[in-house]
Ligand binder design. Structure first.
Ligand code: AMP
Length: 551
């Protein structure tokens, strides 16, 4: 029997129509530093979106051509988010923190035809262009650089430079939006992997729509029109975790930090714009916490701080709860999973101290996302909270392949291999212990680097700690702890090891300790352990070696 329900396509266009009309008076606010923030209603955004689509069409953007963005989080980036997929083209958010040749590789692989660039990023983008030969149009948003020669250097044979605002001013205020197949490509994002070449994930209109609905559910972030969301997570990092589209669908306001990403600016913006939900990686909220402790701040409007991208240390979560009354929402995901995969709310009825093992976990598999664990040999392990294996996931917003890249090692019988290792319990809670490539195998047993880091970062003199496996004559591999002390704090390896020893079995305690100024980070703020391992191998880390603890 066929269903009697209408087959309305789930598209970005539909979200755009809904959000910019039904919630036309909502605003996207963009921080402008010391100048007053720029404010734009969703109704105005809707009209400008039509103008942008018309302008892009006049430059020859047609069918599923890729239009890149090289931008901060701001209103114009939101316009690109909406206009490009809605006109049937493909939004390609470029990571502004990668090296010029990497961005060039990615833009060329995706065959970006035009790129919208924030004026403040032009000097960086000028270095990308020689590596990005498919780009025919550079569209500059915002006031251009004082140095005119930068603008001149962007144009070249077969390539022209335009002002974003001039293009919009010349374009009509309406656009004949096409009927789109919900399964067609809406946007693409390349993985920010620490090894190998970045791989392209292509989101469909349907996956984007479903993911946006999902983000609004109470089991996720419970987004409604009463919210004002501040994605500190960049719009190039898995589409700002889907929050921009979710805001349109829910009628929530958006507060964009633009390039003002230091803790003081973030706190000020949250205060003045009465932000209810902030979202960012752990290092962002750790920085904000340190600022709040010294300078204070009024975060009474906040409902939650969403945190993912890497494991959120328990000590940070507890500090926000105890000192500021803010319950953080820890979530796990990947560019490949749109990104929401699991969200760490304690189950109903769990209260008091018992909430913490749930809140610090990677969370419960989120609706529509299925998960399972597999062993090294690929056999499926029980989801009993004990067996440790690689997490595999599948679902309607999980990628089933990469753009023009077979990568068979990343898929297994229709499941995505996440490369994350940990446990999964009957209730769907994931507890990760490591990335597969970071696992430390010592004397045949696994040591969880994430667990050691989590405990170490609870020490009052430790600002950050990363644990890596290093070769060892006796045990094959042993953990090395690289520690960034809190400014001005004096702490010894012996003291840290005995602190660790209160919670971790003795045989797991590191002998090798290194005090460093900063943990190397990836372009999206994750610990870059490959760099630490390279530094160790090259003898660049100053290492103190303690006697092994008695076993
Ligand atoms: P990306 O695609 O850059 O967002 O990276 C995805 C990877 O980040 C995952 O496969 C995990 O290794 C890591 N990750 C994301 N969220 C978390 C989390 N909450 N805890 C631990 N690791 C995480």
């Amino acid at each position: 029997m066929d269903s009697t329900i209408m087959d309305s396509p789930l598209t970005v266009t539909a979200m755009m129509r809904y959000g910019t009309t039904i919630f036309g008076d909502r605003e996207v606010v963009t921080c402008a530093g010391d100048a007053p923030s720029r404010r734009r209603t969703y109704a105005a955004l809707g009209e400008r979106t039509a103008r942008l689509a018309g302008a892009l069409r006049s430059l020859g953007v047609d069918a599923d051509q890729r239009v890149g963005t090289f931008m901060w989080n701001n209103a114009e980036h939101l316009e690109a988010y909406v206009a490009i997929p809605s006109m049937g083209a493909v939004l390609h958010t470029l990571n502004i923190r990668l090296s010029a040749d990497q961005v060039g590789y990615i833009a060329t692989h995706a065959e970006d035809y035009a790129v919208i660039v924030d004026a403040s990023l032009l000097p960086l983008f000028a270095k990308v262009l020689p590596h990005a030969q498919t780009v025919k149009h550079v569209i500059v948003s915002g006031a251009g650089p004082a140095d005119e020669s930068v603008l001149d250097s962007l144009a070249g044979p077969g390539r022209s430079v335009h002002s974003y605002e001039d293009l919009l001013a010349a374009a009509p205020g309406t656009f004949d939006w096409p009927e789109l197949d919900e399964r067609s490509a809406a946007a693409m994002c390349y993985t920010s992997g620490t090894t190998g070449l970045p791989k392209g994930v292509v989101y469909s209109h349907r996956s984007t729509y479903l993911h946006s609905l999902g983000a609004c559910l109470g089991n996720a972030f419970g987004i409604t029109e009463r919210d004002r969301i501040m994605p500190v997570v960049p719009q190039f990092h898995a589409n700002a975790w889907g929050l921009a589209y979710a805001a349109l669908l829910a009628g929530a306001g958006l507060v964009m930090p633009d390039r003002f990403m230091v803790p003081a600016a973030i706190v000020k913006l949250m205060e003045t714009e009465k932000v209810t939900i902030g979202a960012g990686v752990p290092t962002i909220w750790q920085g904000v916490l340190a600022h709040l402790r010294t300078a204070g701040g009024d975060l009474s409007s906040l409902r939650t701080l969403v945190c993912g991208g890497s494991a959120l240390p328990e000590v940070v979560q507890r500090a926000y709860a105890d000192e500021f009354g803010i319950v953080m929402t820890h979530a796990w995901g990947m560019t490949e999973t749109s990104p929401l995969g699991s969200i760490a709310h304690e189950p109903a009825g769990v209260t008091g101290e018992a909430v913490w093992p749930y809140r610090v976990s990677q969370g419960r598999l989120f609706c529509t996302v299925e998960g399972r664990l597999t062993s090294d040999s690929g056999e499926v392990l029980p989801s009993d909270g004990k067996a440790v294996g690689e997490l595999e996931v599948r679902g309607p917003w999980v990628t089933g392949s990469y753009y023009l890249d077979d990568a068979p090692e990343k898929f297994h019988d229709g499941w995505l291999r996440t490369g994350d290792v940990g446990t999964l319990d009957e209730a769907g809670f994931i507890r990760l212990t490591d990335r597969a490539k970071d696992v430390i195998k010592s004397g045949g047993e696994w040591i969880s680097s994430m667990e050691l880091e989590n405990v170490l970062m609870a020490h009052p003199s430790v600002a950050e700690a990363a644990v890596i496996g290093v070769p060892d004559e006796q045990w094959g591999e042993r953990p090395l702890a690289a520690v960034v002390p809190v400014a001005g704090a004096v702490v010894t390896p012996e003291e840290l090891r005995s602190f660790l020893g209160e919670q971790v079995p003795r045989w797991q305690l590191p002998e090798r300790w290194s005090f460093i100024d900063e943990v190397p980070k990836t372009s999206v703020g994750k610990f870059k352990k490959t760099t630490l391992r390279e530094q160790y191998a090259a003898g660049e880390l100053q290492v103190t070696r303690l006697e092994p603890p008695p076993r």
